[in-house]
Design a protein around this ligand. Sequence first.
Ligand SMILES: C[S@@+](CC[C@H](N)C(=O)[O-])C[C@H]1O[C@@H](n2cnc3c(N)ncnc32)[C@H](O)[C@@H]1O
Length: 308
Amino acid sequence: MPARLFLSSGDLIADRRFEFARDLQLAGDLVAAADLLEQAAELAPNFASAWFTLAEIRHQLGQRDAAVAAFLEARAADPEDRHGATVWLMRLGAEELSAMPPGYVRTLFDQYAPRFEAVLLGDLDYRAPQLLFKAVVAARVTARRPAFFRRAVDLGCGTGLGARAFAKEVDHFTGIDLSPGMIEKARATGLYAELVTADMVQGLRERPETSADLVLAADAMVYVDDLAPVLAEARRVLAPGGVLAFTVETHDGRGVILGEGLRYAHAASYLRDAVARAELALASLEAASPRIENNEPVRGLVAVATRT
Ligand SMILES: C[S@@+](CC[C@H](N)C(=O)[O-])C[C@H]1O[C@@H](n2cnc3c(N)ncnc32)[C@H](O)[C@@H]1O
């Protein structure tokens, strides 16, 4: 897990109450912790971290409406919504599914960057980049084309595990990621010729047409609800014959949902439609788990599509 975000209220006493409340929360005394957090928020009404933690505790206590009210306060106190109150409001059904706040994703991964690889590779059996690699090689064998790419773009490149998996098959790698902390880790690998700190759709928009042979997104579309804009931009940036490969988490229903892990899950039928609407040809769509969570394999799909 990433380190917990704390945004000081600027009021020493309110901050202290918050710290005591966290100790109580960790010791399991949720009612006393909620009480202290209410006091902290009364002292400092714009104390986003206190509102957010209070909301989580109310949720744990089964007080759904009170949790929603506190999540709304947390968001109002921090318009960037770095804690991700919006994501919880969606999860609790208090708001329609929408895009994740960029400030939340950026902060989450900036906090995560120092421990990301140790946690994902060490504890969560993470393998999205390897799944993409296998799927791309298989698609190229079927298409009787070489699995070698001159220019690749890695969307949501994180610390650079995608470039590591494809290092021998790609000449020039560009990484795009919202999180400066993750970009710094990617830079340290020396595997990327170019790194851009941006939202993936924005980053693609700034690239010339037909300028890439491969576009990858390993475990990054799980932070994107509507795939239409990114698929359309990927198609524009790909040269004819170019390959788009990405992983998603999935579910048995229809459309897109926000899962328990606060990541989106896309149905297979949604993916097929989205790929077709973007005028890409689906080469393969296979079930495969990108990692474990709560000791269970997370259900995932690996998609490979080509620009014809
Ligand atoms: C789970 S990590 C995966 C990183 C890397 N692809 C890997 O396989 O190790 C997801 C990454 O996607 C990035 N991300 C999420 N949403 C994004 C968006 N809309 N635009 C750009 N990057 C995004 C995050 O900052 C994070 O670095």
